[in-house]
Design a protein around this ligand. Structure first.
Ligand SMILES: [Zn+2]
Length: 315
């Protein structure tokens, strides 16, 4: 079987609309139009092409307005990618999330990562304040000189510089202002990847017009900014999926395939454990805003099944 074939099948799996938002077919079509290959294959090839032992920054963090708690979508996908990039590229991984949610990442890492990857892992936070964010971005880029900055389910700014939940609530004061990192990366020629599912995440600027047309709150929000939820921040390559974690798992599956190690893909049991670990550390389901084992309203068993189906496909 050709890699292209697996890429198409993985793309189908990551865009299965179990959260029933009704927008992923449109977002996928738009993202695919500007990609010459299936999204999972293209993203995996970009990662596979990175230099060995380089520094990689993976950023996530979507604070829900309800007590500004971190949702379960994002951290699990970030950890799954850290695991494969750490293993296959021997990269040093810097996992970045809002300060208050670092313990979610730490707990997930404990469950999912191998000892080798753990030893090459650091946790970073990033400022909520815009001026401090600019200073910190300069520091981070010059100190780490990353080969890749990847955002997964990271809330990004709209055209007014504000940050919103899917429902249009202003979450700006809880969100780290990482968009500046992506703007600076572009100036420096550092590769950037984005993964998102709703249109309000970093990287979605690549398909801004499609988001305006199809995402319900893209043009309107509940705050005074009147800029809507659509994110303007762009990246070099955008992957969209119906749950952002699934997008990461699709890339993970493809990387396992590219490296002839299909068995390395995590499994349904590990998925359940890492989801539980995130809840224990204070994460909540982004749909119900409850501390239940679910991601975007999809239960743990179904998430585990999705991982198993991908694993069966590449096995
Ligand atoms: Zn607004």
């Amino acid at each position: 079987m050709e890699l292209e074939y697996f890429g198409e099948e993985l793309d189908k799996l990551i865009t299965l609309d179990l959260p029933k938002r009704g927008v992923i077919p449109f977002l996928y079509k738009a993202a695919r139009k500007i990609s010459d290959e299936p999204l999972t294959l293209k993203a995996a090839k970009i990662i596979q092409g990175l230099p060995e032992k380089s520094n990689v920054i993976i950023v996530t963090g979507f604070p829900q307005t309800y007590k500004a708690l971190q949702e379960t979508d994002g951290p699990l996908g970030a950890i799954a990618l850290a695991r494969v990039i750490g293993e296959f590229k021997a990269s040093k991984i810097f996992l970045m999330i809002e300060e208050r949610a670092i313990k979610v990442m730490e707990n997930c890492a404990k469950v999912l990562l191998t000892e080798t990857t753990k030893s090459n892992l650091s946790f970073l936070s990033f400022p909520l304040d815009e001026d401090k964010a600019r200073e910190r971005a300069i520091e981070i880029i010059s100190e780490l000189n990353p080969s890749l900055i990847l955002a997964i389910e990271k809330v990004g700014k709209n055209l007014k510089g504000k940050y919103h939940s899917m429902k249009g609530m202003d979450v700006s004061k809880y969100a780290s202002k990482v968009d500046i990192l992506f703007e600076m990366a572009k100036e420096k020629g550092i590769t950037t990847l984005g993964i998102g599912d709703g249109g309000n995440e970093v990287g979605m600027g690549n398909i801004y017009d499609a988001i305006l047309e199809h995402v319900p709150n893209a043009k309107r929000c509940s705050c005074e900014c009147e800029g809507g939820i659509a994110c303007v921040t762009k990246c070099d390559f955008l992957l969209v999926s119906s749950i952002s974690n699934w997008g990461a798992y699709g890339i993970e599956a493809m990387l396992c395939l590219l490296n002839h190690e299909p068995e390395f893909m995590h499994d349904g049991l590990m998925e359940d454990k890492v989801l539980e670990a995130s809840i224990e550390a204070g994460a909540i389901d982004g749909f119900t805003h409850k501390a239940i084992k679910a991601v975007d309203g999809v239960d743990s068993k179904t998430n585990g099944n999705m991982v198993e189906i991908m694993k069966a496909l590449i096995g």
